[in-house]
Design a protein around this ligand. Structure first.
Ligand SMILES: [Zn+2]
Ligand SMILES: [Zn+2]
Length: 499
C-alpha cells in the first residue's frame, strides 16, 4: 500500500489543497459514485496563459534562430500536463460506500508549478522541523548579492554555491568568536539550512539566499554534554559581516576569472539578462520594462533603512526574523516561507484582452502594486526560473550537514505515539526499525492533516477511509476509462461540488 501510494503524485499549494478537496467533476454511476478530479493547475488561468505563451515563445525563438535548452521546454510541457487526468491518475476506492475517486498525476515540477512547488514546500518544511532543526531559537539570515552578479550566479550554480559557502563561513566564525567572548566556550559549532530563491515578488530573476540558523552555537561542557549558547547579531555586527562577505565574495569571484559580460550562446541566458533587469526579452515589447501599476502613493519616509538589514557594495544582509525554541509551529511557517513557490495563483488576475495582472502581496515603496504581462511575457519570466537538472537549491552546512558529527545529538527525538483514530500522524510517526532507513516521502493524507487538519484519503461522500485500487498511466488507458465514465449509460455525467 505504502509503496503504491508513491506513484499517486498528488500535490498542491495551500490554496490548491482546498481546491483539491473542493472542486471535482462528479459522475453519478449508481450504485457507485465516481469523482473525476481536475486538480490544482489544470485548466486554470496560469495554465491557459502558459499554454498560449509557450506557443508564442516557440515562434519568436524560431524567427530569431535562437534555441532554448531542452530542460526548460520539458519543465514547461510537464507543467501543462500537471493535474490532467488524461496523463494518468490514481484510482481510490471507498470501502464503506463503494465511492470511487480518480486523482490525476502532478508534474513534480520544481521551478514554478504552484501545485507541485506548494506540495514540496509543505513536505520539506514538515520534515525539516521533525528531523533537522534542534529545539533552540532559530534566526533567518537573508543574503542578497550585488545586482551585476545575479545573472552570473543564476547561470553558474557552482559560483552561487561558492559565494554561499564564503558568506556562511564568515557568519559562523563571527558566532563562534562571540560565543567565546560572551560565554567563554571553546570549540563551538553551529549550522545552517539554506534555500536559494531565484525570484523576486515581481517574478524577476533575483538570486538570493534564505538561511535558517540556530540563534547561537553549541559547545561541550566539562561533562561532555552539548550545551546551546545564544548569540544575537547586533546592527554593528551585521555591518561588519556584510562588508566582509562582500569583500570575500568579490575577491573570490575575481579569482575565478568570471566576467559579468560573458554571454553564453543560449536563449535562457538572454531571458536571464532581461528578467534580472525586469525587462521584456521577446515579442513586440522586447527591451522595454515590464509594465506596472502604481496604485498607491510612494512611501518616502521608509526608504532610509529597513528593519535589521544592511547593505555594502550591492550585497545585503538581513537577520531581523527569529522564532523562539518553543514555537515549532512558527519555525515550520518560517521554513515554508523559505521554500515558497514563486507564484501564488490567487495573485493572478485575467483580463478580457488575454493579458494577466500579477498583484503584489504588499505594494512596493515606490507605490507599485501590480505588474501586467502578456502570455509571452509571463512565460519568458517563468522560463528564466527553471533550474538545470541535478542542480541543488537547498544546502546544509555545519552541524546541520548530512554527516555532521554532532547532528545525532541535536536533532529532536519524538516519542512514537498513536494519533487520532489510532493512526499515526506526521508528528507522531514511529521511529524506523533499527538499520532500516525511513523514506523521506510523506503521504499526502499526512500533509493535509498537518496543513489543514483534514484527512487526505477521506471519501468525499461518506468520510470513510479510501484505499488505492490502481494507478493508470497515460493514454490510451486513461482516455478509454474517462470516455467510458462520461458515456456511462448508468447515469448522465453531472458537475457537482463536494463540500
Ligand atoms: Zn505540477
Ligand atoms: Zn465513502
Amino acid at each position: 500500500m505504502t509503496d503504491d501510494r508513491r506513484h499517486v503524485g498528488v500535490g498542491g499549494a495551500n490554496t490548491a489543497l482546498l481546491r483539491w478537496v473542493g472542486a471535482a467533476r462528479c459522475v453519478q454511476m449508481p450504485p457507485a459514485v465516481v469523482w473525476v478530479e481536475t486538480r490544482g493547475t489544470h485548466g486554470d488561468l496560469l495554465h491557459q496563459t502558459v499554454a498560449v505563451g509557450m506557443a508564442e515563445l516557440r515562434i519568436v525563438l524560431d524567427e530569431a534562430d535562437q534555441e532554448l535548452s531542452a530542460f526548460v521546454w520539458k519543465e514547461l510541457e510537464r507543467y501543462l500536463g500537471c493535474g490532467d487526468p488524461q496523463n494518468g491518475f490514481a484510482w481510490l476506492v471507498c470501502e464503506r460506500c463503494d465511492g470511487h475517486r480518480l486523482v490525476p498525476f502532478s508534474c513534480k515540477g520544481r521551478a514554478f508549478c504552484p501545485c507541485c512547488c506548494g506540495r514540496r514546500m509543505a513536505e520539506r518544511a514538515a520534515r525539516w522541523c521533525e528531523t533537522h532543526f534542534a529545539e533552540v531559537p532559530h534566526r533567518q539570515w537573508v543574503l542578497t548579492v550585488a545586482w551585476p552578479r545575479r545573472r552570473l550566479l543564476a547561470w553558474r550554480p557552482e559560483l552561487a554555491r561558492g559565494v554561499l559557502d564564503l558568506a556562511l563561513r564568515e557568519v559562523f566564525a563571527w558566532l563562534v568568536a562571540q560565543a567565546e567572548e560572551q560565554h567563554g566556550v571553546a570549540d563551538a559549532r553551529t549550522g545552517a539550512v539554506t534555500v536559494e530563491q531565484r525570484f523576486g515578488s515581481s517574478l524577476a530573476l533575483n538570486l538570493h539566499f534564505h538561511c535558517l540558523l540556530p540563534d547561537g552555537v553549541w559547545a561541550r561542557d566539562e561533562a561532555g554534554v552539548l550545551r546551546f549558547h545564544r548569540v544575537r547579531p547586533t546592527p554593528e555586527a551585521l555591518e561588519t559581516l556584510v562588508r566582509r562577505i562582500a569583500e570575500a565574495s568579490e575577491r573570490w569571484l575575481v579569482g575565478q576569472g568570471v566576467d559579468d559580460e560573458e554571454a553564453p550562446d543560449d536563449a535562457q541566458a538572454v531571458l536571464f539578462a532581461a528578467s534580472v533587469a525586469n525587462q521584456v526579452a521577446a515579442g513586440q515589447r522586447a527591451g522595454q520594462p515590464v509594465r506596472r501599476y502604481r496604485a498607491v502613493p510612494p512611501r518616502f519616509e521608509e526608504v532610509s533603512r529597513s528593519g535589521d538589514g544592511v547593505l555594502c557594495e550591492g550585497y545585503g544582509l538581513h537577520a531581523g526574523t527569529w522564532v523562539p525554541a518553543s514555537d515549532r509551529v512558527g519555525l515550520e511557517q518560517l521554513a515554508r516561507y523559505l521554500l515558497r513557490p514563486p507564484l501564488a495563483k490567487a495573485r493572478l488576475e485575467g483580463r478580457p484582452d488575454g493579458q494577466v495582472v500579477l498583484h503584489l502581496r504588499k505594494p512596493w515603496r515606490d507605490g507599485t502594486a501590480a505588474f501586467l504581462f502578456t502570455p509571452l511575457e509571463l512565460t519568458e519570466k517563468l522560463a528564466a526560473l527553471v533550474v538545470r537538472p541535478r542542480v541543488h537549491t537547498t544546502h546544509f552546512h555545519g552541524v546541520y550537514a548530512a554527516h555532521a558529527a554532532w547532528r545525532a545529538e541535536l536533532v529532536p527525538r519524538r516519542v512514537p505515539d498513536a494519533g487520532r483514530d489510532g493512526k499515526t500522524t506526521l508528528l507522531r510517526r514511529p521511529a524506523p526499525l533499527k538499520g532500516r532507513k525511513r523514506s523521506a516521502w510523506c503521504p499526502w493524507s499526512e500533509l493535509l492533516e498537518r496543513v489543514f487538519g483534514t484527512g487526505g484519503f477521506v471519501c468525499p461522500h461518506c468520510a470513510g477511509q479510501m484505499t488505492l485500487r490502481t494507478v493508470v498511466v497515460g493514454p490510451p488507458a486513461t482516455t478509454r476509462i474517462l470516455a467510458g465514465l462520461a458515456n456511462s449509460s448508468r447515469g448522465p455525467p453531472s458537475v457537482a461540488r463536494i463540500a
